[in-house]
Design a protein around this ligand. Structure first.
Ligand SMILES: *[C@@H]1O[C@H](CO)[C@@H](O)[C@H](O)[C@H]1NC(C)=O
Ligand SMILES: *[C@@H]1O[C@H](CO)[C@@H](O)[C@H](O)[C@H]1NC(C)=O
Ligand SMILES: *[C@@H]1O[C@H](CO)[C@@H](O)[C@H](O)[C@H]1NC(C)=O
Ligand SMILES: *[C@@H]1O[C@H](CO)[C@@H](O)[C@H](O)[C@H]1NC(C)=O
Length: 832
């Protein structure tokens, strides 16, 4: 399994590795030029990878001397993110023996100004071929953003050189062609430097302490680690990944001004700035940013800026992407002022989302391609074997084509079958037919549709047609609502989902479990099976978090073990006092909040499972109302994982906190086990995510839902008209579109939770999509026309496990696994 994992890892480390078309002629002959050529038959157009045309390669004129600069130039036609270069010598069916032992790269975005490439350590020379037949593939670190590229062979001795070349990368659809910024600074203690936050790969000019006209570390695709003193590369200095500034070094202005220039006019939806937040060292994300727009290069800045205030975060020191909405303003160039929130501000990446840019297509096929090529290039073809080798290759390719054809055909047939099935189901069960074309255009993007009630009233088509498809499926769970579907969608009375969504925040900002037919009036002391604890024996230690109507405190509970007596779930029964978490309702809480709080107590007091947080006791005879639960020393799973790396010799050597793959699997099983228990009671959690899984001292996971997570993870929730907050990135499509929360939608969230675990919580789900795009994507899940975007397979994740995740995200509820099934499927992995 590990081997499988690491091969997957090595394949998907960098997604952008398409062959750009030297070999398959997508790059036309006219686009390939050279400084010189030996004969007609060794002209630049013969410098194509794996091609034996002409005399089998491009060769510059005469012997190449060490002082010569000869080059093969390729015009890629558009700005390209170049990540890999492959080279071969002149083989010419075993008659050639010329190759380049080393080469350099020059590149130009405009065809006028040429820059020479250097790797992260400052070396320009790349090792090339060792013989005429093997191909050599070199990763280009840092990658190059360019349109024109020159491959310049270099030699130590006078020799003839011939080359064939392929370039790999992808379209640079962000279109950023340069940024300017104040130069990065040095962090020092009196006498000695701690870290250097310069932009070491910047390819523009540095004049009067300002960088301009180039691109560098902010666009190299490498995001910095939580600790800015560590770097992702070896042999580089501290602070390498970040470009950083100190607030007092830029005069008294308190901000950093950056300018961004693009290839053409674009409509910007957002900007993402990856920023460090190690507040213990005086580093924080920016407190606010203002951006001005310029429609053309020669024009005045439009007077009205877009200003965005961030939510500062003093709890989670993780580096993160801060998304700045740019309100679809049109510009060719942007000027942004980032305001300091602390002494230091550090960025490692900046990216822009504009118009309709599409990414992530065909990725896997071209990765395969590189892979095959490496496999087959390691054997020198001698003449006797060449036909056999070619035969093998052809067979393999034919087999692949057949397999691909079979898969496509199968998908096609399955779709047709499925359609037939749904239609029959619709008719037999008397549901309205799913025929209304209007739902095609339904998006929740329009602000007036962001309120589910409005959406439902205005667009009964959507509800009906979605209903129709759900009808065939049949929900397994008892519905929380008691009204019939038609009442739900057509009467003016609010639908259950809406009232529930508004109250999703629950008491201290946390969710409620949905329980069928629980009336608040019937709640009395006798419904609460937890014992009343003397309030004066709770000794306040510190505040753990707060929500809208309450707070969570860390307290010492004197005499609690004795109080609970036999069967106490506490680990240390002999202690006099133990640490507990106390969730407390504020005195000014509304009646609604009060009832919700009692309801939550009632539900929690009935839950008894090793993987669900335990309610120990309560204080409800007097105000403020309190519930006392176990205290989980290791905090929540999200923070726990995001501060760790996967175990390796490197983490051992450097004492970096780490987890192993089997730890991750063990965590997954525990969550599945807790959810299995909830499902057996027909409880719907509604907000399963790593932020709601807590870890105790022994790393046992307990599922909880504390309000304290809300402030910390506010970016995980989506606000509907300032009222409800919804964890949309974890929610099933039917929960978002129809307000339908069931165990099956918990299963969906479990899949996302698994995904978080195997990305070590380094990234928010669908981090490239804005909230609106996530909701748009939900519509695609509903329509099911193959346009929905799924979360990608985390590199660490065994393929079988990713398959399990994908099953959690099936459109039709009966196709999703149950928690029992998930638990059974996951458990065997742990014992391996
Ligand atoms: C490569 O770029 C450097 C500038 O960095 C320039 O001086 C040199 O002339 C270029 N060489 C070629 C062959 O383009
Ligand atoms: C910081 O690193 C840059 C290279 O990116 C170097 O030019 C500069 O001299 C360094 N500053 C100090 C003070 O070492
Ligand atoms: C820099 O930040 C510190 C801490 O926030 C603040 O005390 C100081 O006044 C700031 N200096 C300037 C020049 O803004
Ligand atoms: C940007 O959006 C506006 C409407 O919002 C549209 O008229 C314009 O054509 C768009 N421009 C580009 C470059 O897409």
């Amino acid at each position: 399994m590990l081997v499988a994992c690491f091969s997957v890892l090595s394949l998907s480390l960098s997604h952008c590795r398409y062959a750009l078309g030297m070999e398959d002629n997508r790059i036309k002959d006219e686009a390939i030029t050279a400084s010189s050529q030996w004969y007609e038959t060794t002209g630049p157009q013969y410098g194509r990878f794996n091609s034996e045309e002409g005399d089998g390669a491009w060769c510059p004129k005469g012997q190449l001397e060490p002082s010569d600069t000869q080059y093969l130039q390729v015009d890629l036609g558009r700005l390209t993110f170049l990540t890999v270069v492959g080279t071969q010598g002149r083989y010419a069916r075993n008659s050639g023996n010329e190759y380049a032992r080393a080469y350099r790269l020059n590149y130009s975005r405009d065809g006028v100004l040429w820059k020479s490439w250097r790797n992260r350590l400052g070396n320009a020379v790349i090792e090339g071929n060792k013989n005429a037949y093997q191909s050599v593939i070199n990763d280009i670190h840092p990658p190059i953003i360019t349109r024109y590229i020159r491959v310049i062979p270099v030699t130590k001795l006078s020799t003839t050189v011939c080359m064939r070349v392929e370039l790999y990368g992808c379209l640079w659809d962000e279109g950023l062609i340069s940024y300017s910024a104040p130069e990065g600074q040095l962090m020092q203690q009196p006498g000695h430097p701690i870290a250097n936050f310069s932009d070491s790969t910047y390819d523009g000019v540095n004049e009067r302490r300002r960088l301009s006209g180039g691109l560098g570390q902010l666009t190299d695709g490498v995001i910095g680690l939580d600790n800015f003193l560590q770097a992702r590369q070896y042999h580089v200095w501290r602070g390498y990944d970040y470009l950083g500034w100190r607030n007092d070094s830029l005069g008294t202005q308190g901000h950093v001004e950056m300018e961004f220039v693009f290839d053409r006019q674009r409509n910007f939806t957002s900007m993402k700035v990856h920023s460090n937040n190690m507040f213990s060292q005086g580093v924080k994300i920016f407190s606010s940013v203002s951006c001005w727009f310029k429609p053309r290069l020669i024009a005045a800045w439009e007077p009205e800026p877009v200003t965005f205030m961030t939510v500062l975060d003093d709890r989670n020191p993780s580096a993160r992407y801060v998304t700045v909405p740019l309100n679809r303003r049109t510009a060719k160039s942007l000027r942004c002022r980032f305001y300091f929130a602390d002494v230091w501000m550090m960025f490692s990446e900046v990216s822009f989302q504009s118009g309709n840019t599409h990414k992530h297509t065909h990725t896997f096929i071209s990765q395969q391609k590189i892979y095959l090529l490496i496999l087959f290039s390691s054997e020198p073809p001698d003449d006797g074997n060449t036909p056999i080798l070619i035969g093998c290759l052809v067979t393999i390719i034919l087999l692949l084509i057949i397999i691909i054809f079979l898969i496509l055909w199968c998908q096609c047939v399955c779709k047709v079958l499925e359609k037939v099935k749904t239609q029959t189901a619709d008719e037999t069960e008397g549901c309205p037919a799913n025929s209304d074309p209007h739902y095609e255009r339904v998006f929740l993007l329009d602000p007036q549709y962001q309120n589910p009630a409005v959406l439902r009233n205005k667009l009964p088509e959507l509800s009906q047609s979605a209903e129709a498809s759900a009808c065939g499926g049949g929900y397994a769970e008892p519905d929380v609502t008691q009204c019939t579907p038609h009442q739900c969608f057509h009467s003016n009375a609010p639908h259950y989902a809406e009232t529930d969504i508004v109250r999703l925040q629950g008491v201290t900002g946390s969710n409620m479990y949905a329980v069928p037919a629980l009336t608040v009036d019937s709640l009395t002391r006798k419904d609460i099976s937890a014992a009343e604890f003397p309030r004066q024996q709770l000794i306040f230690r510190e505040k753990l978090g707060e929500g809208q109507f309450g707070e969570v405190h860390l307290c010492e509970a004197e005499g609690l073990p004795e109080f609970l007596g036999e069967g106490s779930p506490l680990p240390d029964r002999d202690c006099l006092s133990v640490l507990v978490a106390v969730k407390q309702l504020r005195a000014d809480a509304t009646n609604q909040a009060r009832n919700d709080f009692l309801k939550e107590i009632k539900i929690m007091s009935r839950l008894n499972d090793p993987n669900i947080i335990r309610l120990l006791c309560v204080c409800v005879t007097s105000d403020p109302l309190c519930m006392v639960t176990e205290y989980m020393e290791n905090g929540d799973l999200n923070m726990f994982l995001s501060q760790r790396e996967i175990e390796s010799t490197l983490t051992h050597a450097n004492n970096i906190p780490s987890v192993s793959l089997s730890d991750l699997l063990h965590m997954s099983v525990q969550i599945a086990s807790g959810m299995k228990y909830l499902a057996s009671l027909n409880f719907v959690h509604r907000d399963l995510a790593t932020r709601n899984c807590l870890l105790d001292r022994r790393l046992t996971i307990k599922i909880a839902d504390f309000g304290m997570s809300r402030n910390l993870y506010s970016s995980d929730y989506y606000r509907i008209q300032g009222r409800a907050v919804l964890p949309i990135r974890w929610m099933a499509w039917e929960s978002i579109l129809l307000g339908k929360f069931t165990t099956a939608s918990d299963v969906w969230a479990f899949g996302v939770t698994l995904w978080e675990i195997f990305t070590l919580c380094k990234e928010q789900p669908y981090s490239l999509l804005s909230d609106e795009q996530v909701i748009e994507n939900t519509g695609e899940f509903f329509r099911n026309q193959g346009r929905q975007i799924f979360l990608y397979a985390p590199p660490l994740c065994p393929p079988s496990l990713f398959e399990l995740m994908m099953r959690c995200w099936r459109r039709d509820i009966p196709d999703r696994p149950t928690f029992e099934g998930l638990y059974q499927a996951l458990r065997p992995h742990v014992n391996q």
